[in-house]
Design a protein around this ligand. Structure first.
Ligand SMILES: C[S@@+](CC[C@H](N)C(=O)[O-])C[C@H]1O[C@@H](n2cnc3c(N)ncnc32)[C@H](O)[C@@H]1O
Length: 361
């Protein structure tokens, strides 16, 4: 049996499972789900094992909202002895395939955290042994296959691979970001991660550079504004709540105490619209599409809050609202959504238009 193993935020296994099952079916790949509740793990057991590789290489991981990372199993649940674990793993892998890198992984849970020390210790001799056997290539190859060793305990591991070009570059799909002490709220990490995830690094000089103008809806106390300010942008911050003094002192922030749904910019000179208002997601999605269609901003990065129940369905409806609005005006667009590591009960969405502005009556 072959399975695609997906990592998500613990508690979101149902959404992650529903999504892989639906999107795999669009590619005519079928299987059944095994959800590891509150462990952030989903197994999608494939009806036809050979179809796993095609799905893994051809269906963009970026299209999955709830999955942080994925891989295709090669060795399902290898029982490890108390000694000679390195030998057992090396033997189980054989030498038929070569991998460009090794990821030692565990679940994003307290049990997983306990295992991380054990994994770190095992990584060095395992890497060496795999290099010697030829399973691991000498140097990291960015286009190659990544070997994932998912440790469920010290005595149980799942081995598999993902393709570097279609998987997260981070172990378990989790970027570890440092909280900047000068930021006024922890929310700052959400926008930091969003820029890292959605905007390719070689485009930062153009799309995330100093001098750009930005609007931040629902800005207080200023964690998101901080990310814009530190990149040298000029920010209009909209919130009835107070903004951190330290941000106002930079001279880069104009604060307007008003409703984010009522604010309209005077000029079409804003590049970014960011929005973290705790509001109904349908309302926010509609507002974001309107800003883009009216040319009030070039790119939008925003959060959509998730309901307690029917989360996957709600997300699809919110995104569909935006797609319908873009289609109505016949514009090409880019629209990606992800449940990022620093997101909790919300997802992050990035949207921009790729064709000239429509004429809106
Ligand atoms: C999660 S907090 C934003 C945190 C902020 N992004 C940060 O990093 O510090 C949500 C904010 O949205 C604001 N908000 C909610 N509804 C709003 C509305 N209709 N107009 C303006 N602000 C709104 C609230 O006042 C609150 O400050």
């Amino acid at each position: 049996m072959a399975s695609i193993i997906l990592y998500c935020r613990p508690g979101f296994e149902k959404e992650c499972g529903a999504e892989i099952q639906e999107k795999a079916a669009w590619n005519e790949v079928y299987g059944y789900l095994e959800l590891k509740k509150n462990q952030g793990l989903v197994y999608f057991h494939l009806n036809v094992a050979e179809e796993g590789d095609k799905l893994l290489s051809e269906m963009p991981l970026r299209r999955l909202i709830f999955a942080r990372q994925w891989f295709l199993s090669v060795v399902e649940k290898l029982d490890l002895p108390d000694y000679n674990r390195v030998e057992a793993i090396t033997e189980a892998l054989g030498t038929d395939w070569q991998y460009a890198d090794l990821r030692m992984e565990m679940t994003d849970t307290n049990d997983g955290k306990e295992l991380s020390k054990f994994c770190r210790k095992l990584a060095v001799p395992l890497r060496q042994a795999l290099r010697k056997s030829g399973a691991l290539t000498e140097k990291g190859d960015n286009d190659g296959a990544i070997l994932h060793a998912l440790f469920l305990s010290g005595n149980e591991v799942i081995l598999g691979y993902s393709y570097a070009h279609n998987s997260s570059a981070h172990v378990m799909g989790i970027p570890r970001l440092k909280f900047p002490n000068a930021a006024p709220s922890r929310s700052t990490l959400k926008l930091d991660e969003a820029f890292l995830y959605f905007i390719p690094r070689d485009e930062w000089d153009e799309r995330l550079t100093s001098g750009l103008k930005a609007v931040d809806l629902g800005s207080a106390p200023g964690g998101w504004t901080y990310q814009l300010v530190r990149r040298g942008m000029m920010v209009t911050a909209i919130d009835n709540g107070p903004m951190a003094e330290s941000l106002m002192e930079t001279g880069q922030v104009k604060h307007k105490m008003m409703d984010g749904f009522k604010y309209t910019p005077m000029k079409q000179n804003n590049y970014w619209l960011v929005c973290d208002m705790i509001e109904k997601p349908q309302r926010v999605a509609k507002l974001m599409a309107e800003w883009l269609l009216k040319g009030y901003c070039k790119e939008a990065m925003f959060n959509l809050k998730l309901p307690m129940k029917g989360r996957y369905q709600q997300v699809n409806e919110d995104l569909q609202t935006m797609k319908d609005m873009f289609s109505h005006y016949n514009v090409k667009y880019e629209l990606f959504a992800k449940h990022l590591y620093y997101d909790r009960e919300e997802i992050t969405v990035h949207a921009r238009l790729l064709s000239p502005l429509p004429v809106i009556d």
